[in-house]
Design a protein around this ligand. Sequence first.
Ligand code: FE2
Length: 280
Amino acid sequence: MPRQSPSGKFKRAKARHLLFTTGPNTLSRGRLFKKHFDQSIELKEIEIASPSWPSAFDNLRVGHVSDFHLGDLMPLDRALGAIELLATQEPDIVVCTGDVVDLYVDGAMPLLDALANINAPLGTMLVLGNHDELDCSRTLTSMAQRSGVRLLRDATFDIRHNGDSLSIAGIDWAKTSKQCRVKVEKVCNKETHLLLSHNPKAFKAASEMGIPLTLSGHTHGGQLALPRRRGANLAVTQRYTAGTYARGDSRLFVTVGVGAWFPLRVNCPAEVAVITATSN
Ligand SMILES: [Fe+2]
């Protein structure tokens, strides 16, 4: 498959990576990366209740991972360790809300294979994040298809179980609330139960459409937060940065993610999440 030529965005991301990641690590003689890798990835278990969640899928256990940023700050073995941690929880379904890779898509295949191989009866779903589009999203799309992960690119998928269905929608990366709204309104409908969107800015439109649950990543919880105040963090351009939010009957969960785009996390440990979704 012909590769996309490097975009301006890709070149800028590479420059940022040098400035905030590899450069400081070299200056610290490798200590920054070592300290970063010494931090463990935590398991977060939460229950989210929305009155509009379909009762036929009460207590559905959703394994939610996001923002691996496979690359210098996320070697493959660390990513596979996080996936193994999630697999031990035996979720009913696995969702990944994007930024599988940091810069280069090469090397993502074993990660996608591992996600697909989690023994979740309802399968593994994926949406792409902004970093997944930097190098070659076409290559990543083809890798996801080969792995068996179901990639939802402005698409929906219905899960049938005992005659009931759970309607899942997934949208590609959109930067602004307005751009998110266009995608949500195009892809979702009144029957959508679960929206996967890398950008949590989709939540406003999702809640106005009455979608019971939206799962997002992207913010990394700012990576630096005040002690015991995860909402007070560096993700200043986002309204929804970490944890659970409500608008009417709709709920949003923003995971702080597995990886990082600079080698520092303070009061904001990396996580994999298991969400139990209920209607009451
Ligand atoms: Fe990210």
